[in-house]
Design a protein around this ligand. Structure first.
Ligand code: NAD
Ligand code: IPM
Ligand code: MN
Length: 357
């Protein structure tokens, strides 16, 4: 029987609760589809700081490299907010993305029909089967550029640098084009080329790759401020969006509301190789940690993405996605609750998805 090795980074806040539910669902899927999974837990973020003094212990990188893929909850919380930048939990997350070379972050924002009324967008704006894929560059740009403090005209100042090289833009552009090829054939590259030099290089590079390598894909370019507006004015115009690290971070949170809650939005972070890191796009939600209110579906759907993209178990992935779709008819966590539908806890939601698998 095929056995997969998965590293688990539960993280902080609601991280352990949601990962526990996703593991339950993975185990049920393994049982049903005839494979096994062994897990190796490692520390990341605040929990790693508390145990070892650093947010990304070297052992965590080794464990992730030694497995077929990694499943992550979320990191961060008020307890660690006053630490210097390079020792914060979030630095651990950036560190693991960098160490594993995870330059391509796929964030699918799609509507589950049952959640139509949970979305703050009007039904006619959502339309039918709204399905947007945000392809976010994940190991470059302002997140990884030079930063620091200095004195300017006698006053304290701080700076962060946005920089992209042509190869970095080319490789993420190709991920966007290939994604569009598998979908509706439309790619929108989002930048701020009217102001930023890095965006002008981004736009020219994406345009050249499109012309030379993907002439059949309908490529458009949009400024990020307009894109933020268009996502709520007319989201149907988008198929695949490809954008930089910081713009992708912001636009994917915005796009998540199409689905009704940030607690629904999964993600896959991929390198050139097969293994990846899978995580919900939301954070550690310290405001609801330990209350049972967390929605585990984004993490469960991230586990499904892992089965599809890294483990070659597409049937198991599909079965999990179908079970999620089904469960929404009868049960909801608080963030997507609706009148007349049973409100359940994080753990109950995990059990119900397993029950439908
Ligand atoms: P957040 O995503 O944690 O929370 C924003 C809001 O959404 C909160 O009201 C929260 O309760 C709610 N929410 C988020 N996930 C939910 C879920 N699964 N179910 C129900 N409600 C959910 O963002 P924030 O409050 O800006 O950040 C909190 C901490 O998380 C910070 O330390 C931040 O740096 C960190 N963070 C981590 C990640 C990550 O690990 N990938 C992502 C974003 C933020
Ligand atoms: C995300 C988060 C992270 C990011 C933070 C916690 C470093 O917001 O995964 O979207 O900005 O990439
Ligand atoms: Mn984010």
């Amino acid at each position: 029987m095929k056995n997969y090795k998965i590293a688990l980074l539960k993280g902080d806040g609601i991280g352990p609760e949601i990962v526990t539910q996703a593991v339950k669902v993975l185990n049920r899927a393994a049982e049903r589809f005839g494979f096994t999974i062994s897990y190796d837990e490692a520390l990341l973020g605040g929990s790693a700081i508390d145990a070892t003094g650093v947010p990304l212990p070297p052992e965590t990188i080794e464990k992730c490299k030694a497995t077929d893929s990694t499943l992550l909850g979320a990191v961060g919380g008020p307890k660690w907010d006053s630490l210097p930048g390079n020792l914060r939990p979030e630095a651990g997350l950036l560190g693991i993305r960098g160490a594993l070379g995870l330059f391509a972050n796929l964030r699918p924002a799609k509507i589950f029909e049952q959640l139509r009324e949970a979305s703050p967008l009007k039904a006619e704006i959502i339309g039918d089967n709204l399905d947007i894929m945000v392809v976010r560059e994940l190991t470059g740009g302002i997140y990884f550029g030079e930063r620091g403090r200095r004195t300017v005209n006698g006053a304290e100042a701080a700076y962060d640098t946005e920089m992209y090289s042509v190869p970095e833009i080319e490789r993420i552009a190709r991920v966007g084009f290939r994604m569009a090829e598998k979908r509706d054939g439309r790619l929108c590259s989002v930048d701020k080329a009217n102001v930023l030099e890095s965006s002008r290089l981004w736009r020219a590079t994406v345009a050249r790759i499109g012309k030379e390598e993907y002439p059949d894909i309908k490529l458009s370019h949009m400024y990020v401020d307009n894109c933020a507006m268009q996502l709520v004015r007319n989201p149907k115009q988008f198929d695949v969006i490809v954008t930089s690290n910081i713009f992708g971070d912001i636009l994917s949170d915005e796009a998540s509301m199409i689905s009704g809650s940030i607690g629904m939005l999964a993600s896959a972070s991929l390198s050139e190789g097969k293994s990846g890191l899978y995580e919900p796009i939301h954070g550690s939600a310290p405001d609801i940690a330990g209350t049972g209110l967390a929605n585990p579906l984004a993490t469960i759907l991230s586990a499904a993405m892992m089965l599809r993209y890294s483990l070659e178990e597409p049937q198991a992935a599909q079965a999990i996605e179908d079970a999620v779709s089904e469960v929404l008819k009868t049960a909801r966590t608080a963030d997507i609750s609706a009148e007349g539908i049973w409100q359940v806890t994080c753990e109950e939601m995990g059990d119900m998805v397993c029950g439908l698998l």
